[in-house]
Design a protein around this ligand. Structure first.
Ligand code: AKB
Length: 337
């Protein structure tokens, strides 16, 4: 008999680490994790970890021969800034990697006669606002609006949302007998902020970078203009969103892709929040026009009414609570002991 497991890919990334810790603390004992990198030493008790590449087909085959995968949290991805430097590698990891796992999940669903649940994190990068005037005219975008991403990462995410929806609803639609399809569910995240990991490779990173630099007493120059506005979310709420969506009854879901968000801040407002906690912080703005263009194409805020209605999504951390209860105390502990 194969062991039943929940698989988390990309576990050594920001969201993966928070997720594996949380799931383990909630009592999920059969966690199997996969990442090209090792797990940091303080996380190794939470899961059976396999260090390997999601593009390695023989590795995926081996996983299936040893484990019955019930749920997949597919966190592995190259983020938006990194993906612009290596677009072909990004396409391989973000699209081909996802395709390989969707196929695995589809085959396993048929084999079990029961859907494998596939939880996929998408992003505000799936949107593309054409200019700042449009961005301010349509501040809270719905899932189906402005799906014109301008980055490789955004294109990858949007396409994988569609692939997942295809596998969910139409996979082998011409077969004599409809197969047991998988259960694909997706959230579109805003910029995420973790107290425990410094982001790398993203374009929303200027927010968390301000905070982590201030806590270490380092000067920081944000690569965007002060008026740049996008939505953000503290990491515990991101984990809650993934878990709540995975636990929602299927019949309550009216979509496969849901916006989720917490609050929207300009870069200057973010700076002010950081200054409240670290009044001596030296934070200024040196916009990088190319990265600025990417952030300008992302919406100022998201409309997440459908998630709130269908699966009772509600963030626990507003701006005030994010900074005062989660970010600042944990960051202080991390850097100042
Ligand atoms: C990035 O900046 O690439 C990510 C994202 C917005 O998905 N943080």
């Amino acid at each position: 008999m194969r062991k039943k497991v929940t698989l988390i890919t990309g576990v050594s990334g920001e969201v993966g680490l928070a997720l594996v810790k949380n799931l383990s603390e909630l009592g999920y004992s059969n966690l199997l994790t996969l990442d090209i990198r090792p797990l940091p030493p303080e996380y190794t008790n939470y899961s059976s970890h396999i260090q390997g590449d999601i593009l390695d087909k023989s590795l995926l085959n081996r996983l299936v021969s040893e484990y019955e995968i019930i749920t997949i949290f597919h966190m592995a991805a190259l983020l938006s800034t990194r993906a612009e430097f290596t677009p072909v590698a990004a396409h391989q990891v973000n699209v081909e990697g996802t395709m390989g796992l969707l196929q695995l999940a589809a085959e396993q669903s048929e084999w079990r006669g029961d859907p494998v649940m596939f939880i996929f994190p998408s992003s505000i990068a799936a949107y593309g606002m054409p200019d700042l005037e449009t961005k301010s005219k349509f501040p809270k975008v719905r899932e189906w609006e402005w799906n014109y991403p301008i980055t490789m990462y955004g294109c990858n995410k949007l396409y994988c949302e569609m692939l997942g929806t295809y596998f969910n609803e139409y996979y082998r639609q011409l077969a004599a007998e409809r197969p047991q399809t998988l259960d694909f569910r997706c959230v579109r995240f805003p910029g995420l902020i973790s107290a425990f990991t410094v982001p790398s490779g993203g374009t929303s990173d200027y927010g968390p970078e301000m905070l982590h630099a201030a806590a270490q007493g380092e000067a920081y120059a944000a690569f965007v203009r002060p008026d740049t506005q996008i939505p953000f979310m503290a990491m515990p709420d991101a984990v809650t969103a993934l878990l709540d969506l995975s636990q929602a009854p299927k019949q309550a879901l009216s979509r496969t892709v849901y916006n989720v968000t917490s609050y929207s801040l300009t870069a200057e407002q973010f700076r002010q929040q950081v200054l409240m906690a670290f009044p001596d912080a030296e934070i200024n703005f040196e916009p990088d026009l190319k990265r600025q263009q990417i952030v300008d194409s992302w919406p100022a805020d998201l409309n997440d009414n459908d998630a709130r209605r269908d699966w009772d999504w509600k963030p626990d951390y507003d701006i005030e609570r994010s900074f005062s209860e989660y970010l600042v105390p944990n960051i202080l502990k991390r850097y100042q002991g």
